[in-house]
Design a protein around this ligand. Structure first.
Ligand SMILES: Cc1cc2nc3c(=O)[nH]c(=O)nc-3n(C[C@H](O)[C@H](O)[C@H](O)COP(=O)(O)OP(=O)(O)OC[C@H]3O[C@@H](n4cnc5c(N)ncnc54)[C@H](O)[C@@H]3O)c2cc1C
Length: 420
């Protein structure tokens, strides 16, 4: 007998970041999905992966958080990579991961070092990826981590092994997953959602402005998943989601497969090259993260900042190149390979955070309105946790509840009070 969840459905996903795209993918792979009666529409305001999902590091780890979805997501990443040749298609591979403490040494003077004297000291605003201290044991710098200057490194601690840590190229992963969802029937439309018509009975329709034609359309909806990353509360004002900007760079350097978290003590009188805060230098130490990629590059990201509030859309995100220069300059203090490598990308994006005190995010599941779901606030682990989120959203929609993991602690109702 057909279940209540096998009735005709118009499922609308808001946002084409990694969360919206994995949701579309797993809906099309759910055993109950029947393209004859189920319509899946993904609405993306700018382009697929135009926010953090295209500019993140792409680290996957069994030691990430929250622990009720991490293992499921890590396993699903491995399965997807196997099924769709993710190694080739989106750079999936296992990696080593460690943290280093280092004493930065200026080996090639940069312009900023020649010109700057500063007297305001600000501490580095760490992204929350490793704020829960992982168990690490200090050891020798591994022989194959030969792209760090051994005379700068003071200590090395292993955080993960290739059995517990992997990576993807997040832009390639997200766009590939969107293509794979489209191949099985999901429709992807470039358009910004401007309203969701809902009542206590449930959702009725979604209104969007088509990106190309600027025409406004209203489409019927039985189910709506709001997964607009840091923009989630522009679509659902009740959602307690905040945004934090972060800059990153990609440097050409063909090096061994390591993800490295750093704690770099800056040389005396070393000054950052910020334009926005002239009389400023970082405190005693800085903490850029760097991930070697299989395409012969190293991705590195810097600290979070709240200087520029979240703009209306991803195409309006401001990148302060001097913040990117800071990241590559800091890495130059501890790595000859990175010092000599060409910087091929300087970029910025916004991390989605749950603003409710004590909650680290994400929030995944039903709101108080029948048929209205939210999957947002994935903090620093949205790439890692994307597959579990997509899979669980497909279960909420076709099975009525999350089946693959117990995610009661991520229930949106803990942090938002949904009115209509
Ligand atoms: C510097 C940095 C490094 C990171 N590194 C890692 C990492 O190594 N590993 C990891 O697991 N995670 C990492 N993350 C976290 C990860 O990038 C995010 O958690 C994840 O990308 C969030 O995905 P999302 O789909 O929720 O949001 P987004 O990627 O922001 O996507 C939201 C989408 O919604 C669209 N949208 C907005 N408004 C509307 C609207 N009205 N209508 C339609 N569409 C709309 C936007 O255009 C955007 O494409 C990192 C984040 C940052 C900032």
């Amino acid at each position: 007998m057909a279940s209540e969840y096998q009735r005709p459905r118009n499922i609308v996903i808001v946002g084409g970041g990694i969360i919206g795209c994995t949701t579309a993918y797993f809906l099309t792979r759910h055993p109950a999905f029947n393209p004859a009666i189920h319509k899946i529409t993904l609405l993306e305001a700018q382009s697929i992966a135009s926010g953090a999902s295209g500019k993140a590091g792409g680290l996957l780890a069994l030691w990430a958080y929250p622990n009720n979805i991490v293992a499921l997501s890590y396993r699903l990443h491995a399965e997807l990579a196997k099924e769709h040749d993710g190694a080739k298609r989106w750079g999936y591979r296992a990696v080593h991961c460690g943290s280093v403490t280092a004493k930065g040494k200026i080996k090639a003077p940069t312009q900023k070092n020649a010109e700057a004297t500063t007297d305001v000291v600000e501490e580095w605003k760490k992204l929350p990826k490793t704020s829960i201290k992982s168990k690490t044991i200090a050891s020798e710098l591994p022989d194959d981590l030969d792209w760090l200057d051994s005379d700068s490194i003071r200590s090395y601690s292993e955080m993960g092994t290739p059995a517990t840590t992997a990576q993807v190229h997040p832009y390639l992963f997200t766009t590939s997953i969107a293509e794979l969802a489209a191949e099985k029937g999901a429709q992807i439309i470039m358009g910004a959602v401007t309203g969701i018509d809902k009542s206590t009975e449930g959702v009725k329709s979604v209104t969007y402005e088509d990106k190309a034609t600027k025409e406004v359309h209203t489409i019927p909806a039985t189910d709506v998943v709001v997964s607009a990353g840091p923009w989630t509360n522009t679509v659902l004002p009740e959602a307690p989601i905040e945004a934090l900007r972060a800059h990153s760079v990609v440097i050409k350097a063909d090096v061994s497969p390591y993800a490295v978290f750093t704690d770099i003590e800056l040389p005396k009188n070393y000054s950052a090259s910020r334009k926005d805060v002239k009389k400023r230098k970082h405190g005693r130490s800085v903490n850029p993260e760097m991930y070697a990629r299989p395409d012969g590059t190293v991705y590195a990201c810097g600290e979070g900042d709240s200087i520029i509030p979240l703009p209306r859309s991803s195409d309006l995100v401001e990148c302060d190149e001097s913040r990117c220069d800071d990241i590559s300059d800091y890495l130059s203090l501890i790595s000859e390979n990175l010092r000599n490598g060409e910087v091929v990308a300087k970029q910025a994006c916004y991390l989605p955070l749950v603003s409710s005190p004590g909650d680290r995010g994400p929030i995944i599941g039903k709101t108080g309105v029948p048929g209205l779901f939210i999957a947002a606030g994935h903090t620093c682990w949205g790439i890692q946790n994307s597959c579990a989120t997509g899979k669980l959203m497909s279960e909420f929609i076709f099975d009525g509840k999350a089946k693959s993991a117990n995610i009661d602690s991520l229930d949106p109702k803990h942090v938002m009070n949904m009115g209509v």
